[in-house]
Ligand binder design. Structure first.
Ligand SMILES: Nc1ncnc2c1ncn2[C@@H]1O[C@H](COP(=O)(O)OP(=O)(O)OP(=O)(O)O)[C@@H](O)[C@H]1O
Ligand SMILES: [Mg+2]
Length: 370
């Protein structure tokens, strides 16, 4: 898919911005603080309904205004659609529309998909486990509203269960109420772990290929999922087994959980690790290797989403492209299919080499774009 044109209305530092894009390369160049990331964020907001940088969505609205919207004409293989997302400060509600007709969020999901790479993504390798869990949950949610719903329900059950443990401690153990929450937690948790495991396996394969191409076959990459209640060699596709083992683990840890007032097992405690040339990348990957690894992961995401939806997502690079060395920039351009539309932001056009000649260049200055 590709974005043919975009309109930002009261979004961040843009009062009213209208742009039309190249099918392949689009470059946003400007000094610091001018609005490059805001533009990338606008595109990503339309795709995901979420801000890149804040949980407090009112920050997206131009100061002094009470609503904002992002609209785009999006082209697919054989058709075009007009998408719009609007956010209202008064009730903090978002509305979604396709070709002028209001849609539910879950029907809007997937109409525009993006893969985004920002400097913060380097933390996927060495950062806290929660960053990796958010990464994988966001990825799956892009192609599966059902999964997004399961994650939300799981979080709800987890909060209820933790509240009970915290307020009643050991008195709650063995109660019907806790047993009820345990069952719901295990049923939802089993589905989440199983889905994450199969997607990680797919991303591992795809990113392994990308890493080989980006490093001239010198680096091999694997990704391993670690569950808090399953051993590595157990069958992660067997839902009844996952549910049973989850429940057993809750039972084993119940005294400890009552003591601490929190749930100690489940997908909210899981993690996955990158293994580079046989070693755990959390401890051994250099800065450049981390960057390449995340790049391979992003290429894997592109292929994964294409496989699931039949359309390549739009690729967004905020500030990271010029940080790659020339070899890797060229390797990346070779790897990317010419059907993929790319948006790249940076402070200097000079470092963008080949792309500069073939794409559309936008100068971003103080909330205006030329
Ligand atoms: N809601 C808002 N209303 C008005 N201005 C805003 C709002 N949110 C952010 N800004 C302003 O937008 C400006 C540009 O931000 P942005 O992050 O897009 O810059 P940038 O071009 O990516 O810079 P850098 O090169 O430093 O990353 C900032 O100066 C910020 O104060
Ligand atoms: Mg920026």
């Amino acid at each position: 898919m590709r974005i043919d044109s975009l309109v930002l209305h009261n979004f961040r530092n843009y009062l009213c911005l209208k742009l039309s894009f190249d099918n392949h390369f689009n470059l946003f160049i400007g000094a610091n603080g001018q609005g490059k990331t805001n533009l990338i964020e606008g595109i990503n907001f339309l795709a995901t309904g979420k801000s890149l940088r804040t949980r407090n969505e009112e920050e997206l609205i131009l100061w002094g205004k009470d609503n904002c919207s992002v609209s785009a004409k999006v082209g697919y293989s054989h058709r075009e659609s007009s998408l719009q997302i609007s956010l209202h400060a008064a009730d903090r509600k978002k509305t979604y529309s396709v070709n002028g007709l209001m849609q539910k969020k879950r029907d809007f999901t997937g109409k525009l998909t993006t893969v985004i790479f920002t400097p913060d993504d380097l933390a996927i390798v060495k950062g806290a486990p929660g960053i990796r869990r958010k990464f994988i949950d966001d990825e799956i949610s892009k192609v599966s509203p059902v999964y997004e719903n399961e994650i939300n329900r799981y979080q709800h059950v987890l909060r209820q269960r933790n509240y009970l443990l915290k307020t009643h401690r050991k008195k709650i153990l063995g109660s019907d109420e806790l047993i009820g929450w345990n069952e719901q937690l295990a049923l939802l948790g089993a589905k989440i772990v199983s889905k994450r495991f199969s997607v990680i396996r797919r991303l591992s394969l795809l990113s392994r290929l990308a890493q080989r191409r980006l490093t001239k076959r010198t680096e091999s990459l694997d990704i391993n999922y670690h569950s808090s209640f399953m051993a590595q060699d157990q069958d992660y596709t067997d839902l009844p087994l996952l549910t049973e083992l989850f429940l057993n683990n809750l039972s084993e840890k119940k005294e400890q959980e009552a003591c601490l007032g929190q749930t100690l097992t489940g997908p909210h405690r899981d993690d996955f690790y990158f293994i580079l040339n046989g070693r755990d990348a959390r401890f051994f990957a250099s800065q450049g290797q981390q960057r390449t690894l995340v790049l391979s992961l992003k290429i894997a995401e592109l292929e994964f989403i294409k496989g699931e939806t039949g359309e390549f997502p739009v690729l967004l690079f905020d500030d990271v492209f010029s940080e790659l060395d020339e070899d890797r920039r060229n390797a990346l351009l070779d790897v990317l299919d010419s059907r993929i539309q790319i948006f790249i932001s940076g402070t200097e056009a000079d470092k963008l080499g080949k792309i500069k000649a073939s794409g559309k260049l936008f100068q971003v200055v103080g909330g205006e774009v030329k």
